[in-house]
Design a protein around this ligand. Structure first.
Ligand code: FPP
Length: 268
């Protein structure tokens, strides 16, 4: 499917068949993705960086559809970090326009697929028109019971932790919360992912081996999968490789006994 096409065609939506290589009972419940390598993809093809981001949207649509079809409950992607504002103004502005265009164009399709979309990050710093589209998409899909799709936009893990600490400090200073009662549950409830199970798999494309300020709290026990594939080239086979690798891992959560990957739900 090309970026210019839409999922909203009147063809019946046919779910991709479940790969025989995977155990359906040991899938990650929540996959987080650092979609890296759009610029390099474009450069290698002699194209402007913007074309890499546009191609990245195609890869994202495919990944969302596959995760939904295969039974993953949540997908969280890093679309724009708090650090990305330091890119050239032209690229930042292209990305903002791209987010708006894609949201407008894909909203009907997201509704049809029963996707529930949420946006995590400091949204009030985004262009007003984008904020309005985000609000509309969030509201119109909030009751959907399909995959929960979180788009981290102007998101930074440290900023999220500081904000949570501030909220708790305010409640404590008002006498509403005894500091001695602040535990992991109380803290996690102040994060933007309060009602989302922690990711059990983090995929990062383009071979970089960093977390880059992404979901610092939530990734505490995630399995990390790094692929050399650049994000626009990430396809069904790439996702399958990541999931096969995930299912080969022994997850011990700091203990000694292997815990089956189907016990990867939020543990607080
Ligand atoms: C990182 O590649 C990618 C980004 C900063 C943008 C990712 C955004 C998309 C794929 C579009 C998503 C759209 C919606 C509506 C959610 P890079 O530019 O850092 O690549 P490089 O490291 O090769 O330069």
């Amino acid at each position: 499917m090309t970026e210019a096409s839409s999922l909203t065609s009147d063809k019946k939506y046919i779910a991709s068949s479940f790969p025989k290589e995977l155990d359906p009972l040991r899938l990650p419940k929540h996959i987080a993705v650092i979609m890296d390598g759009n610029g390099r993809w474009a450069k290698r093809k002699g194209l402007p960086r913007a074309m890499g981001h546009t191609a990245g949207v195609d890869a994202l649509k495919k990944t969302l559809r596959l995760c939904s079809d295969w039974g993953v409950s949540a997908l969280t992607v890093y679309a724009f970090s708090t650090e990305n504002w330091s890119r050239p103004g032209e690229e930042v502005s292209f990305l903002m326009t791209l987010f708006k265009r894609v949201l407008k164009r894909e909203l009907e399709s997201l509704k049809l697929q029963k996707v529930r979309i949420s946006f995590l990050g400091d949204l009030e710093k985004l262009p007003k028109e984008l904020q309005a589209l985000i609000s509309e998409a969030t509201d119109l899909t909030s009751k959907n019971e399909g995959i929960h799709f979180n788009v981290c936009t102007n998101y930074g893990g440290r900023r999220e932790l500081v904000k949570a600490a501030q909220k708790l400090a305010i409640r404590s200073s008002k006498g509403e919360l005894d500091p001695a009662l602040i535990n992991e549950n109380v803290f996690a409830a102040e994060l933007s992912t309060a009602n989302v199970v922690d990711p059990d798999l983090l995929i990062r494309t383009s071979g970089e081996r960093r977390i880059s300020n992404f979901l610092l709290w939530q990734l505490a026990y995630a399995e990390i999968y790094i692929t050399e594939t650049l994000w626009p080239d990430f396809d069904e086979n790439s996702l399958l490789c990541a999931l096969v690798d995930f299912q080969s891992r022994s997850r011990r959560f700091g203990g000694l006994n292997q815990i089956s990957t189907d016990h990867s739900s939020k543990r607080f």
